[in-house]
Design a protein around this ligand. Structure first.
Ligand code: NIG
Ligand code: FE
Length: 408
């Protein structure tokens, strides 16, 4: 058992609602705080000196100087398993071509598929580990990672196995999602429905057998999959016990409606959502996930985060780190920028990258600093938590703990 502290400010984020708008006054701030942990779990959070009295036998891990502690951040939507780069797409977009035009002309997702297929499983593992290490330096202690650049049974398996293998090599936890329904592979002879059938029949059984993932995703969009084909695909996944998440309303609406209909854990993107979709999501159990990294990568609208929160939605914020639409990867910076454009409080930003993101992954014991939760937290060298978003990512953690152990 050990006590870690004192922290100038400790923000447990433990007594906050899962849905709706939040004010900074709602944040509980423990001055001179401490965390008691045992076997990787939190026993108690409180005032440092009181904890020392209460647990006299605990070993004390003393923190020197100013430190603000917050729960380990959670990036609930990434595509950090990929080969190659799409710097050319970025330049083409900035020269006037649209994301969908570039995809039609052989760039886009398909070019990353070709590069990912060229990579060995070991090379993919290496890439994931490198990117995950960068995320760890931002205080991110849980990362969701999607497949979706394999787009054949064998190549999707290679990706998912690589993510699983990388999970054993990274300090933080990686959560896999099967995104075989990312786009119709150009080398598949058949239509969208036939491709999804192949995935259901030949990939799904292996996912279950090798315990490769419990989550599935689909990109619902004009250039990808429509509502009609994804509904039965999701129903099939649900029968196998998969959680559903959706790439929804990125360029046109429709995806979020499917997400709500199938009881998806989250609907992500939502840049094109109108008030109708906002209210539908707010009245559902589906988490609305904003991906400001994709807005910054593509130069399009931000997700209507303010409207979603005001309508009562559970808003998570994730990086969508991928080589195409979201190459930057810095969740802390992106969430802070989203705050300036959508007028989000610090409490809403912090909730969106901690316990609300945990809910998007339906993870029960991460994202808060409370008894029974994993002792995952990030420490910033400052005396005021507001500096974190204010500095828009420049203030990086001075230390990161996973399961009570310092990992960065
Ligand atoms: O979340 N929109 C679909 N999928 C990814 C982008 C993938 C890519 O462009 O490589 C996204 O933005
Ligand atoms: Fe994505």
């Amino acid at each position: 058992m050990k006590i870690i502290g004192p922290f100038t400010q400790l923000l447990p984020l433990s007594q906050m609602p899962l849905k709706g708008a939040l004010k900074d006054e709602d944040l509980v701030i423990i001055d001179h705080g401490g965390i008691v942990s045992e076997n990787g779990k939190i026993l108690k959070v409180g005032e440092f000196n009181q904890l020392k009295n209460e647990f006299p036998d605990a070993q004390v891990e003393q923190i020197q100087g100013n430190a603000v502690a917050i729960p380990g951040l959670i990036d609930s939507h990434t595509h950090i398993c990929f080969g190659g780069t799409r710097a050319k797409d970025f330049a083409m977009r900035n020269a006037g071509k649209s994301y969908l035009d570039i995809a039609r002309e052989g760039g886009g997702i398909w070019s990353t598929v070709l590069n990912t297929r060229k990579a060995t499983q070991e090379e993919l593992v290496q890439g994931i580990v490198e990117r995950a290490n960068y995320l760890l330096s931002l205080g991110i202690t849980t990362v969701e990672v999607k497949s979706g650049y394999g787009l054949s049974v064998a190549e999707e398996l290679k990706m998912l196995r690589a993510i699983k293998e990388a999970n054993n090599l990274t300090k933080q936890k990686l959560i896999t999602t099967c995104l075989a329904a990312h786009t119709l592979p150009k080398d598949f002879e058949g239509n969208h429905a036939q491709y999804l059938k192949l995935i259901e029949n030949e990939l799904f059984p292996v996912l279950v057998e090798e315990n490769l993932t419990q989550r599935m995703d689909a990109f619902i969009e004009e250039e990808a999959f429509d509502e009609k084909v994804t509904l039965p695909y999701f129903e099939k996944g649900k029968e196998l016990g998969f959680q559903i998440t959706v790439h929804a309303d990125q360029f046109s609406t429709g995806g979020s409606e499917v997400a709500v209909k199938v009881g998806a854990v989250s609907a992500d993107h939502l840049e094109a959502s109108t008030q109708k979709e906002v209210e539908m999501l707010a009245n559902s159990a589906t988490v609305a996930t904003a991906l400001p990294g994709a807005t910054l990568g593509l130069g399009c609208a931000f997700t209507p985060a303010r409207a979603l929160l005001d309508a009562g939605a559970c808003l998570a914020i994730a990086s969508d780190w991928n080589p195409g639409s979201g190459p930057q990867g810095n969740l802390l910076s992106q969430a802070s920028i989203l705050a300036t454009f959508q007028k989000l409080s610090n409490a809403e930003v912090l909730a969106g990258i901690t316990f609300r993101a945990a809910h998007a992954l339906r993870e029960q014991n991460i994202g808060k600093l409370a008894e029974g939760f994993e002792a995952n937290f990030a420490m910033f060298e400052t005396d005021n938590y507001q500096e974190i978003t204010y500095q828009q990512g420049r203030l990086m953690p001075s230390a990161v703990f996973v399961k009570g152990e310092i990992v960065f």
